[in-house]
Design a protein around this ligand. Structure first.
Ligand SMILES: C[S@@+](CC[C@H](N)C(=O)[O-])C[C@H]1O[C@@H](n2cnc3c(N)ncnc32)[C@H](O)[C@@H]1O
Length: 201
């Protein structure tokens, strides 16, 4: 049985400012390896569209590589979060949807690099949902995942991250890159991986 948080709950939390902490410099540090992975993907396979699943207020947009990203698709379950998506030189498309039933629209304008940063542990079936998106749309070239690592003061985090990495390993997607970021002040660390899900794209 799935008991994920509703869009209304996410909306209420964004309105209440619960995710303002994501804008702190320590949190930005974890985006650096993700951005570096996007840059490596561009170097290896050419320009792309970045699809940021669970994008929140689109913090990733501000850090995108200066060339090679032709569009940023910010997809999130919270319409309130999406109201604050940035605008800038790279085209932005906002999609309000639940990963569980997103059909991948609008159609891609370039090969897709999907980023799932700190989102896949909110729903027990999220990896299966991501795999369905990859398999059914046939539009995804690479997937980049970021997940907070185990922490001694946060007993639930180890089980969630173990489950996530184990399910991602079971997808059979070849892992082409790994990274870790850490905040020395809090001891919080994040693991990232890049998967080449469709060698032909
Ligand atoms: C912790 S925030 C991470 C935001 C951003 N990706 C980052 O790295 O800072 C999790 C985000 O995932 C979104 N989210 C949670 N479950 C979702 C789902 N099933 N489909 C789409 N978005 C979801 C939430 O609304 C929220 O914006």
């Amino acid at each position: 049985m799935r008991h994920p948080k509703s869009s209304e709950s996410w909306d209420a939390e964004f309105r209440a400012g619960k995710y303002e902490f994501l804008k702190k410099p320590s949190e930005q540090a974890r985006l650096a390896p993700v951005v570096s992975m996007i840059a490596h993907s561009i170097e290896q396979a050419g320009p792309c569209e970045v699809v940021d699943i669970g994008c929140g207020e689109g913090i990733l947009y501000h850090h995108l590589p200066s060339s090679g990203v032709v569009r940023y698709v910010g997809m999130d379950i919270s319409a309130v979060a999406l109201e604050n998506l940035p605008q800038g030189p790279v085209e932005v498309a906002a999609v309000c949807a639940n990963l569980a039933d997103w059909d991948g629209e609008p159609a891609p304008v370039a090969r897709r690099v999907v980023v799932a940063s700190e989102v896949l542990y909110y729903d027990r079936a999220a990896v299966a949902d991501l795999k369905r998106l990859v398999d059914e749309t046939g539009t995804v070239s690479e997937v980049i995942v970021s997940c907070v690592a185990a922490h001694p003061d946060k007993p639930n985090w180890a089980a969630s991250s173990d489950k996530l990495w184990s399910e991602l390993a079971q997808t059979g997607w070849p892992e082409v890159e790994r990274a870790r970021a850490a905040d020395p002040a809090t001891g919080v660390a994040w693991d990232m991986a890049r998967y080449r899900v469709s060698p032909n794209r």
